[in-house]
Every structure is written in structure tokens, then in C-alpha cells.
Design a protein around this ligand. Structure first.
Ligand SMILES: *Cc1c(COP(=O)(O)O)cnc(C)c1O
Length: 448
């Protein structure tokens, strides 16, 4: 059975963000999971060190989440949200609004982080048309931003490795610098922040009349390599957007639902976005639900007689799916009853100390962390911060070594991602960090 299914996987599948030649060399097929571990078809267990790509909250096979889906299944699996609604989608909307930043009062569902961002972009764009200011058509995006892989989301993204090929397909957006303290000239977080805010303000002074919205990840750029924004940056961006009458779209797809030790990362700086995209952790990592939140002001700009043509013409077949909304509701209940968000904030301090021990390794250049979102940047030289050459694939090789040692994660270039399920215990975190340390040591001691 095992060999047959591996052969099938090589014969029929094409995997996302994967060079299939790499997969064919090191295939992996997961069969089951329990708690913070998953198991492959050979029975080998791995810590889910990246929460199955940044999703998982309570671990796998969480009884209450499993039950929520089974119970919903006894009623109905799916009916549409076009022109009507269903019970769990409606209940969930109320709960989402309860926990979201105060000014956000409306929820629009979709099925992935990228679609939640597409929706935010289109809403922002049409908002200005609907209120009679159609000249505001452009977007500002942050350097190294990542918002998903559909064309609109890619157009406000700027990770060269993923986005360069598709350049001719994208709409233009202005790019503004993001403070990357470790690689900044001064290395000073405040200076780095102020320089970036200054640059953004210059752009806004010049262009604000044509700008519909600015999109930014919340507090930390994930795919760029877990780059934590210095204190005061996100709130500074909020102030500038308000001052120059530009909508602020905050992407909480990776950071939402407790991941950073707050329910939403923008709470770290009391930022209230005009639009907010969520996904990933919303269902505890169980089913594809995403949502775009907005304000009553934006909602009202679309609310009119049909012939005024202000309707938001956008939707997806599985929008508001009952099974997904039912499990999301149970996820929110568990976040509260199990006090997950405060626990993450507490355990993050322990995690910080564990991560600190990695600095004793000769090639660990920078460790960045916000809650349970961590990146360990490996460098050829600590003194000069010189990166490892890409062709050495140090990050990739470290992740393969971790796999061998019993933990899964995916690197971002030469930054090792550590994003364990939020329910991970201190003991489990210790074991995971020990695996990471061993893998980094083994790979980098021969890579140089
Ligand atoms: C993962 C991610 C997305 C895209 O979400 P998908 O569900 O993969 O489409 C968007 N923004 C951020 C910040 C992400 O981390």
C-alpha cells in the first residue's frame, strides 16, 4: 500500500509552492494526526512545527472540533450565501464582530486568505466609485508584503521570488519600505521605523488623491521571513492613512485568532483598520473559511436601490459553508474557554528563552518572534550578516533534517519558520526547539 500510494502521488499530483523534482526525491504522505503531531503512511511521527502551514490552533483531532463538524453534518453540509444565509454563517458573523476591532461591523465570507484580500481590494476600489470619487484607483503596498497567490493579492505583494514572473499580469501599485531592523543600516528600530514612515508620508503627500487604499500585514510580515515591525510602525501607518484619506487594509490572515498573543495582532497597537482579512486559524485549521471585515461606513456606501448599481458583485461557490462555519464557531468557543490567547502570550515568553539558546550556534544571525510566530535567520557570517548563497539551500536542508529528526516545517529562504499549534505545551515546545537546534547544528557545521 505504502509504495503504491507514493507512486501515485508522483504520477498524478502537482503540489503548491513545490518544485516537484524535490518532492520526487523526498516524498512525504501524511495519514493521520493527533494533538501537535502528524503521522505519515509509514507510522513515523512528526511535530507539526508549522501548524500545517500556519493554520492549526488546538492540535489535530480535537474532540470538540470533530464533534462540531459531525453535528453540523446531521443537518446540512452546504447551501449558498448568494441572496440568502444559513444558521452557522450568521451565528459566526456575530461572534466574529464581537471579537474584532470595534469599528469593524460587517463580515463578508470567502474561502482562503487570498480571496479575503481580493475582496478587501475590490471593496476599497468600489467604495470610492460608489461615493463619487472614482479618481482613487491605486493601491500602496509594502515592500516584501505577501497577501496570497491570486492576481489581485499578488499585485499588492512584493516578494521577488514568488512574484517576479507574474509582473506583466499585475496591476501597478506603489511600494513603500518596511522596517527590517536586522538588515537596516542603523540597526536601530526607532530610526528604522521613522525612516519608513517618512518615506510613506512623502508618497502620500504626492499621490494620496489617486490612492484608494494601503495594504499591510499586521505587525509582522510572515512570508517575507517573519519580519516583526518595530513598535509604533503599524499605528504610524494608521495615522498616515487617516490623515491622507486612504483606506487601511490590514491582513490578519496569518496573525489572527491568537497567533501573536492577542486575538488580532493589530490590537498590539490598538489599530482599527478599515478593512481586515482573516483566514488560516479561523477554523482551528480544519476547513477553508476566510472573511473580510469592514466598517459600517464602507458597507453603507454599497447599500442602495439595485438600479443605483452599487452592489458588490463578488462571491464564491462555497462562501459561508456550514461545515466550516460550524467548526469556526467551536474554535472561537474553545479559544475563550481554554483561554488560548492569554496562554499564548504567557508561553511566548518561555518560547523566547528557548529560542535564545539558538544564538549559541555559529550561524544563527537573527531570531524574530511575535507570540507563536517565529523565524530564525541563518547566515554565512554572524559578524558581517552575510547571507548563505541561495544555491546552497541551507534553509531547505535544515528543514529536511528536522523532518528526519521528527518535526515538520517549511523554510522561507534561509529563515527557519517555527509556528507551532497554539495549544502546544511548554514541554512540547522544548522538544521542538531541541530538534531545530540539532538540525541547524548538523546542517550548518558541514555547509560552510
Ligand atoms: C497565508 C497568507 C495569505 C494567503 O492565504 P491563503 O489561504 O493561502 O490564500 C494571505 N496573507 C497572509 C499574511 C498569509 O500569511
Amino acid at each position: 500500500m505504502t509504495k503504491a500510494i507514493i507512486d501515485k502521488s508522483k504520477k498524478y499530483l502537482w503540489l503548491p509552492f513545490t518544485q516537484m523534482k524535490d518532492y520526487d526525491h523526498d516524498p512525504l504522505i501524511i495519514e493521520s494526526g493527533n494533538g501537535v503531531k502528524v503521522k505519515d503512511i509509514f507510522g513515523k511521527e512528526y511535530y507539526d512545527g508549522f501548524s500545517s502551514v500556519w493554520l492549526n490552533v488546538h492540535g489535530h483531532r480535537k474532540k470538540e472540533l470533530d464533534e462540531a463538524i459531525k453535528n453540523q453534518l446531521e443537518k446540512i453540509a452546504h447551501s449558498t450565501l448568494l441572496g440568502m444565509t444559513n444558521v452557522p454563517a450568521t451565528e459566526l458573523a456575530e461572534k466574529l464582530i464581537e471579537i474584532s476591532p470595534e469599528n469593524l461591523t460587517r463580515v463578508f465570507y470567502s474561502d482562503s486568505g487570498a480571496t479575503a484580500m481580493e475582496i478587501a481590494l475590490k471593496m476599497a476600489f468600489q467604495y470610492w466609485i460608489n461615493i463619487g470619487r472614482p479618481e482613487k484607483q491605486k493601491f500602496i503596498a509594502m515592500q516584501n508584503g505577501y497577501h496570497g497567490d491570486t492576481i489581485g493579492a499578488v499585485s499588492v505583494g512584493s516578494i521577488e521570488l514568488f512574484h517576479q514572473v507574474y509582473g506583466p499580469l499585475m496591476f501597478d501599485s506603489y511600494k513603500s519600505s518596511i522596517p527590517y531592523v536586522y538588515r537596516s543600516e542603523s540597526g536601530d528600530p526607532n530610526q528604522c521605523r521613522d525612516e519608513c514612515l517618512y518615506e510613506l508620508e512623502q508618497l502620500l503627500i504626492e499621490k494620496h488623491e489617486e490612492i484608494a487604499a494601503l495594504s499591510i500585514e499586521s505587525m509582522i510580515q510572515g512570508a517575507a521571513g517573519m519580519i516583526v515591525m518595530p513598535e509604533g510602525f503599524l499605528s504610524g501607518v494608521r495615522e498616515l492613512c487617516t490623515k491622507y484619506d486612504v483606506l487601511l487594509i490590514v491582513d490578519e490572515v496569518a496573525t489572527g485568532f491568537g497567533r501573536t498573543g492577542k486575538m488580532f495582532a493589530c490590537e498590539h497597537e490598538h489599530v482599527q483598520p478599515d478593512l481586515m482579512a482573516v483566514g488560516k486559524g479561523i477554523t482551528g485549521g480544519y476547513l477553508p473559511i476566510a472573511a473580510t471585515f469592514t466598517t459600517e461606513k464602507i458597507y453603507e456606501a454599497f447599500y442602495d436601490d439595485y438600479d443605483q448599481m452599487k452592489t458588490f458583485f463578488h462571491g464564491h461557490s462555497y462562501t459561508g459553508n456550514q461545515l466550516g462555519c460550524a467548526v469556526a464557531l467551536e474554535n472561537l468557543r474553545l479559544l475563550k474557554t481554554e483561554n488560548i490567547v492569554d496562554e499564548v502570550a504567557k508561553k511566548a515568553k518561555v518560547l523566547e528563552r528557548l529560542l535564545d539558546t539558538l544564538y549559541t550556534l555559529p550561524h544563527v544571525g537573527d531570531i524574530r518572534q511575535l507570540g507563536f510566530m517565529c523565524g530564525v535567520e541563518l547566515v554565512a557570517s554572524k559578524e558581517t550578516k552575510e547571507p548563505f548563497p541561495n544555491e546552497k539551500r541551507v534553509g531547505y536542508r535544515v528543514s529536511l533534517k528536522m523532518r528526519e529528526l521528527g518535526m515538520l516545517t517549511r523554510p522561507l529562504g534561509n529563515t527557519i519558520v517555527f509556528m507551532p499549534p497554539l495549544a502546544s505545551t511548554v514541554e512540547e515546545l522544548e522538544e521542538m526547539i531541541a530538534i531545530m537546534k540539532k538540525a541547524i547544528h548538523e546542517v550548518t557545521s558541514v555547509a560552510v
